[in-house]
Design a protein around this ligand. Structure first.
Ligand SMILES: Nc1ncnc2c1ncn2[C@@H]1O[C@H](COP(=O)(O)OP(=O)(O)OP(=O)(O)O)[C@@H](O)[C@H]1O
Length: 595
């Protein structure tokens, strides 16, 4: 991984310029004070001659100092905006290359937080801290040089106060490393608890009125308060003591006392004394921002670490020589795949030596118990992950030899959870086919059994669907996703439990929509509902990552294998449901009779 500050390289020049401007502004500010001291000395010696030139120079350098300070902040803010844009663009471009599996594993929420909060934190760091850093180092150093040049004895007095303040500051910051880490960890926990509390609210409330997540949030808050308390107790007193020492008053008292004594000894003239007082009073105070900067640097490093972690997510290797598929057939050949660190160890294999052929225009159903590997097969086709052994081919071409664009032009997906953008219904259907006309959108919606409910929405096709489609029901969201896939009209269709979140009323509509979508396509369909796959051209039965049976319903059901068992269970469940119905009716009748 690259060094932390490498991330600032694209705006390095601008940051350097901002620091140079800020440093020069400090020097000019000090020069204006030195000139004022000269004016004072001149007026004491020649009270009737107004020193126009030094006055004019002092005013000019003060004005230039202010202007430079302003433009230093302008530069650092421009650099921050530029850096923010560059990082967000780079990250978005990189994430577009990263396999979907890695993105899923990192977590959408965590990724959004890095893209949003950490890049923003870096923006604030570059905008505010860089000119401040130049000021906090250049100001005390230049002041010291001028003081030594003016009078080394007074300079020693001011340095003594500065060293005392720095010593106390050092004590206050002595344990900041571990403390800072504890503080950051506690802050992260509070943030995570807030996100969990808000995101899980609809689910959690129905179970425990939000009490459990709220108490997790409170615990995180309590831990945060404790860390702050400890930090305050450990460093608070010394920090306040160092602030008291570094403030201008102690330096002023030392310079006044020492200067007064030297003046009475006749070894210090008034003009020099006045200059030292004017310049030296602020010397110790000028280092104070260093403490805040120390914390800001630590926080910026944490943000940079997370940004670099995201940028280090491995991108899918591009094909050496891009090839096109010759047909819409899908072939798995001796595919093995594991999610773990040692993917090919037997314990970690999610798929083991899976081989099958799905002919163009046929429906292949994937069945098996939970965790058997059905979803893994579905997700390997769009390269959520790359296989660890064997190969997957579409139309005879290994999917690793296709560009992402070629692969995506072949395959459309409908997953359990349908993802909708916070946009209008029409634009959600158009996703991936932005040039589609309104007629085409409506035709797709009609075929997906979505037209009639869309028409009843307040603004029809222009109705916003809300964040992640939250204003629609599960079945409605699913039918919009199906309309989207219909419009995309890609020759291969991967369906992963597409009716999982549809209520019984919607399920029939979703199934009807799906049959329109599946027409003339090569379909891979993961499902637990065996009733929906009786007509499939082939059924692949998986058990613990292995393909144990392969055939049509009629033949598989007669073998006394896994499918026959699954089918028996399915039939039993159906009979149980049918038996329950009259019983339930009976219960109601009984209640009715009682009334
Ligand atoms: N992202 C992941 N990271 C690590 N392991 C995973 C991941 N996804 C699935 N697995 C594991 O891989 C195996 C196969 O999972 P898969 O989701 O393919 O099964 P499935 O047959 O679709 O199950 P279900 O019917 O419950 O959805 C399981 O042991 C599962 O725990």
């Amino acid at each position: 991984m690259s060094k932390p500050w490498d991330i600032l390289r694209p705006v390095q020049r601008q940051i350097q310029l901002a620091m140079l401007l800020s440093g020069t502004s400090v020097v000019l500010g000090l020069a204006s004070l030195a000139l004022l001291a000269l004016v004072l000395g001149h007026l004491i010696q020649h009270p009737h001659v107004w020193p126009w030139l030094p006055m004019a120079l002092a005013t000019a350098s003060l004005a230039t100092s202010l202007l430079l300070r302003l433009s230093a902040f302008n530069q650092s803010h421009y650099a921050a905006f530029r850096l923010e844009t560059i990082l967000r663009t780079n990250m978005a471009q990189h994430l577009a290359q990263v396999s979907l599996g890695h993105i899923q594993q990192y977590g959408a929420g965590a990724l959004a937080k890095v893209m949003q909060d950490d890049i923003k934190a870096l923006h604030i760091f570059v905008a505010d801290s860089t000119p401040l850093y130049a000021r906090a180092t250049v100001a005390p150093l230049c002041t010291l040089l001028i003081l030594v040049w003016l009078d080394w004895r007074l300079a020693s007095g001011a340095v003594a106060v500065l060293l005392l303040g720095l010593g106390v500051l050092g004590l206050a910051m002595r344990n900041t490393g571990p403390m800072q880490r504890r503080y950051n960890a506690a802050r992260e926990r509070v943030n995570a608890a807030i996100v969990e509390f808000v995101q899980a609210m609809p689910v959690v409330r129905s179970f425990d009125t939000g009490h459990a997540t709220f108490s997790r949030y409170q615990q995180a808050l309590e831990c945060y308060r404790k860390v702050l308390n400890d930090w305050y107790q450990q460093a608070g007193f010394t920090a306040r003591y160092s602030f008291a020492v570094l403030n201008p008053l102690p330096t002023l008292i030392v310079l006044l006392g020492l200067g007064g004594w030297l003046a009475t000894q006749g070894t210090l003239n008034f003009a020099t004394w006045a200059a030292v007082l004017l310049l030296g009073a602020g010397m110790a105070e000028a280092v104070m921002p260093l403490m805040a900067l120390h914390n800001l640097v630590a926080r910026a490093k944490l943000s940079i670490g997370r940004i670099q972690q995201v940028m280090a997510l491995p991108a899918l290797p591009p094909p050496v020589q891009a090839r096109l598929p010759a047909s819409n057939a899908i072939d798995f050949e001796s595919v093995s795949f594991g999610y773990g660190a040692d993917p090919l160890s037997d314990d970690e294999l999610a798929l083991c030596d899976v081989t099958f052929h799905a002919a163009p225009g046929t429906i292949t159903a994937l069945v098996g118990s939970s965790g058997a590997g059905k979803t893994t097969i579905a997700r390997l086709i769009p390269r959520f992950w790359d296989v660890n052994a064997g190969s997957i081919r579409i139309g005879g071409t290994d999917i690793r030899d296709m560009t992402t664009e070629t692969l995506m032009a072949q395959v459309a997906f409908v997953f359990q959870e349908s993802f909708l953008l916070a946009d209008s219904v029409a634009n959600n259907i158009r996703l991936g086919v932005p040039e589609a006309t309104m007629e085409e959108v409506v035709a797709a919606a009609r075929a997906a059994q979505a037209h009639s409910f869309i028409e009843k929405l307040p603004e029809g096709y222009a109705t916003p669907v809300g964040e992640r489609g939250g204003l629609l029901s599960g079945g409605q969201r699913q039918r919009i996703t199906i309309a989207r896939a219909l419009l995309q009209n890609r020759p291969i269709l991967v369906l992963d439990e597409p009716t999982a979140f549809a209520d019984p009323e919607n399920e029939a509509a979703v199934m009807k929509a799906l049959s329109a979508l599946m027409r003339n396509k090569t379909v891979m369909m993961v499902t637990h509902r065996l009733s929906t796959i009786r007509e499939a051209d082939q059924i692949l039965v998986l058990e613990r990552g292995q393909l144990v049976e392969n055939g049509q319903h009629a033949e598989l059901v007669t073998q006394s294998g896994v499918y026959a068992r699954l089918w028996q269970n399915h039939e039993q469940a159906q009979r149980w449901a049918l038996k329950r119905q009259p019983a339930a009716l009976g219960d109601d009748d009984a209640k009715e009779n009682k009334r």
